[in-house]
Structures are given as C-alpha cells and as structure tokens.
Design a protein around this ligand. Structure first.
Ligand code: MTE
Length: 316
C-alpha cells in the first residue's frame, strides 16, 4: 500500500549555512543532492529503487499521483475563504519567511525553533499517500516531509505526554476569516493521540511534487496523517504542544457530532451530509466510477492496531 518512500535525504549533508536562508533553496538543495526532483518517484517502475521502508511494515500498491495543478487549485483553507478557488488565490498573501515553531508542554526541551533549524536535523523523504477528504473526494499526493515522531523525540517528551496539539498561524490582516469567529474558532487547531503522532506514517510536510509546498496547500509546514480525514492535516503550523489531556480542536468544537476527534477514514460510518462509502477521485472524469473507500484509507495494515480496543462504529 500506498507508501512509496523514494529517497532519504540527509539534511546534515548540507554544510553551507547560506543554503538555509530560504526554504525554497533548502528543498531544492536537498533534492538536487539526491537527484530526486527531476525524475519523479512515481515514474519509476523499479520499486526496489525507492522503497526504503521494511516491506513487512509497508506493502507496495502503486499509486498514481493526481495532477499537481488540480491539487494546487482545489484547496480547503478556511482562514482565507470558504470556497476552494478563492482560498488558493488569497493564500498567496501569507507571509511565511521567517518561520518558527513553538514546541511546548510536556517536553524536556521546549523552545521556539526556527524552521531551518528543525529541517537541518531531520531526514527528508518523499511519501506518496492517498489523501481523503470527509467531503468524499480523494487525491494522491507525493509529499516531501519528515517524521513527526522524530521531531517529537528530539525534544524529549515526558511520560505524561499523551496528546499532541497543533496550531495554525494567526495573520488576520490577510487571513480575512480570522477577523470573525462566525464559522470556526481561530486559530485553526488539531490534535492527535501521542501514539498516532509517533506513528511512522505521520509526517510533517514541507514540499510536494519535488518542490516546496504551495502556500495554499499549507506552506511552510503542515501535518499529514494519511489514514484520517483531511481536516486533521492542519496547515501552516506554528505551535506544537504535548499535553496530558485531549484538547479541543477546531472542527470537533464547531460540530462534535460531525467531526470526531479520531476522524479515521471509515466507509461504514457516514457523515450526516456525505456517505463515506465511496469517493470521487480528483482528476478522474466525472463519469468514471467512484472509488470504494477503504477503512483507514487503505492503511489498516499499518494502523489498525492503534485502535484495537475501540468500537470503530462509534468513533467518527
Ligand atoms: N488547515 C488550516 N489551517 N485551515 C484549513 O481550513 N482545511 C483542512 C486541512 N487543513 C484547513 C487546514 C481540510 S478541511 C482539508 S480537506 C485539507 O486541509 C485540505 O488540504 P489541501 O487544501 O492541501 O487539499
């Protein structure tokens, strides 16, 4: 399934500090070092060349990425707009350089970390994941990112850390919907259980399609949790908190009966407005058959054990 990790890119191999001045340069440099950007991973039929994760843990069903232009122009970014077209255009005004992430709570090494410093210590990988929105559409994206678990380990979590909360930046001068709490309460926040956050499939993405993340898709840093509905994958993260108790999260607070904390993709648990049984694949012609939605978005082999003791019918 569904994971193609193309290349492991050691950021530590880069020594020239000037390269870290801009994120675009960082990613470009990282990719240039491994030659990753020009020949896309998904064009490579030689699976063994880019699968570097243990096959027992990750099977290898091939995924064909959705055309990048579609993904860049069909975005959900409610701080900017409640429709997918305007949010793409308006997000271009977001200021993302410099960027830092405050890591706090139940950790031995809290701090306000520059993104460049975080990236320098992490190993970049390309992960091709299916991304499933609760609005019953899906796409396939080659993300570039690094393990959230490794970042958490680097700040030494305390044994009391049971949840991880993420918060999006507040820039109400350009994020115009942040000027009112009419639909959602800002800043946008999301959370995971600590074992979900530490799971090897969970990444923080800084790029896609061999380039930096477009602003509308969550630049400079967003969460990707491929077995959960897309609203969990919070964009433009400025804060990561390790907590003892489950925090309130944006959608769960807005409509708890529609947006559960877990939000694991589950074809058998309908949302009040959208059956989750099947999905429209972005990029497919409208008359092509819908795709049957898979439990955990097809990642059950890797993640089902996390929910062994839960009755999945009751946890939307
Ligand atoms: N993060 C923030 N900060 N604001 C948002 O409105 N929308 C979520 C999620 N992350 C959202 C967000 C929803 S509902 C989805 S489906 C995905 O982002 C969409 O990601 P995409 O626009 O890159 O496709």
């Amino acid at each position: 399934m569904i994971i193609k990790t193309q290349k492991v890119i050691a950021t530590s191999e880069i020594t020239d500090p000037l390269l870290f001045k801009q994120r675009r340069k960082i990613i470009k440099s990282l990719l240039a070092i491994t030659g990753a950007s020009i020949a896309p991973a998904w064009a490579n039929d030689n699976k063994s060349a880019w699968l570097n994760l243990p096959e027992s843990q990750f099977s290898e069903k091939l995924l064909t990425p959705t055309p990048a232009e579609l993904i860049k122009n069909y975005t959900n970014y409610y701080e900017f707009a409640f429709n997918k077209e305007d949010s793409t255009e308006l997000a271009q005004s977001l200021s993302i350089d410099p960027w830092s992430v405050e890591i706090s709570g139940a950790v031995e090494k809290p701090g306000n970390y520059h993104l460049e410093d975080i990236l320098r210590q992490q190993t970049m990988e390309e992960r091709v994941y299916r991304f499933r929105c609760v609005e019953a559409w899906s796409m396939v994206v080659p993300w570039i990112g690094f393990s959230l678990g490794n970042l958490i380990k680097s700040v030494k979590p305390l044994s009391t850390a049971r949840f991880v909360k993420f918060t999006t930046i507040e820039q109400s001068d350009v994020m115009r919907n942040q000027r009112s709490n009419a639909m959602l309460t800002w800043p946008y926040s999301e959370a995971l259980r600590i074992d979900e956050a530490m799971h090897p499939l969970t990444i923080l993405a800084v790029g896609m399609y061999g380039d930096v993340l477009p602003k509308q898709n969550g630049a400079p840093l967003r969460l990707i949790v491929p077995w959960k509905y897309g609203f969990k994958s919070i964009k433009a993260i400025v804060k990561i908190e390790l907590l003892e108790k489950p925090p309130l999260t944006t959608w769960n607070q807005a409509a708890p009966s529609e947006y559960g904390f877990y939000a694991n993709v589950n074809p058998d648990v309908p949302h009040p407005r959208w059956s989750q049984n099947s999905e429209r694949q972005l990029g497919s012609r409208f008359f092509s058959p819908r795709r049957q939605t898979e439990l955990f978005n097809g990642y059950g082999e890797q993640v089902a054990a996390l929910y062994r003791d839960m009755d999945l019918r009751h946890f939307f």
